[in-house]
Design a protein around this ligand. Sequence first.
Ligand code: SF4
Length: 331
Amino acid sequence: MTPDAEFGYELLVCRYAELAWHPSEGPRPALVSRQLGTQRRRWDTVVIEVDPTAFERRRALGDRTIGSDQLHVVRGAPAEWTWYRDALPDPGYPWRYVRQAVHRAAGRDLIEERRDGNRIQIRRKRPYPDWVERIVAVENKPDLDRSAADRLADQLEHDVDAGLADEVWLATETTGERVEPALLREMPVEAGILATDFADGVDADAADVAWHPSDLSPADGERRDPETETLRLEIAERAYGKGWRSFHDTMRPDCRHFELRREGRALVPYCAAKEQVPTARECSGSCSEFSPEPPQWRTKGWPIEGGPGKGLKRVLARRRDRERDRVESVE
Ligand code: SF4
């Protein structure tokens, strides 16, 4: 089945990427997230290729995203006790906000802090690892028609120019037929084209590479500027904490009509009332057909505690953790 909503398609592309990354270069350890980017540009699917050893060290810092303000502190914390204003680079915003971030980072056990007179000193617990190898942006467009192709061409062009990603792709659905060559010719030559066929659900063979992408990483001996590096790390951190299964945070798995359905090796949300994959926007408390799961569902042993809604969230959280474990073991 091909979900009619772009949202459903996006989830299938995320799952495919998790199973098959890299589509033309062979297996690479990577984690997958969705709807991330900058203020100016949000990518549908984001693949973060990682160094497995450094990724293991990142996991030792906990499962949650380290946000931009705490990242500044954690990356800059020195090996010896130092006044935080001497230790950290100028943040470009008032130091009192940095002081708050120091407290929060220490509260999460990411760094140590102590008071020396009226000065706050910090010391690192462990260095922040260099775990991000490459960042790949994928734009998903199940139905590629002329107007969608024009819009996408501009967006992908921007991605190539911005240099934030190491590789950009367009994923589009073919259901067994070739993608219209005239439309593909509109795309920037640097962008890869992934022709998906999810008619029978998702597995690692559910897509073909119709066009190989260019490597947009800086050439040997060149580096990105520090602001871009920081921005990339912030995106990677959000991808790490969020994954792509966090749709349950904004949708209503506690609605009696909400289900998770299997599409090959993917689990995607399904609305039994509307008989389709609901969009993230419609599946909300304001949905006219929202109906809370009855309280007795929560006491009849399904699942052990919390009702089906909580059970589905736990299933998705377990899958995310399992994928993180798998990333460490990909050679
Ligand atoms: S009825 Fe509305 S809230 Fe309930 S699962 Fe369907 S879309 Fe979501």
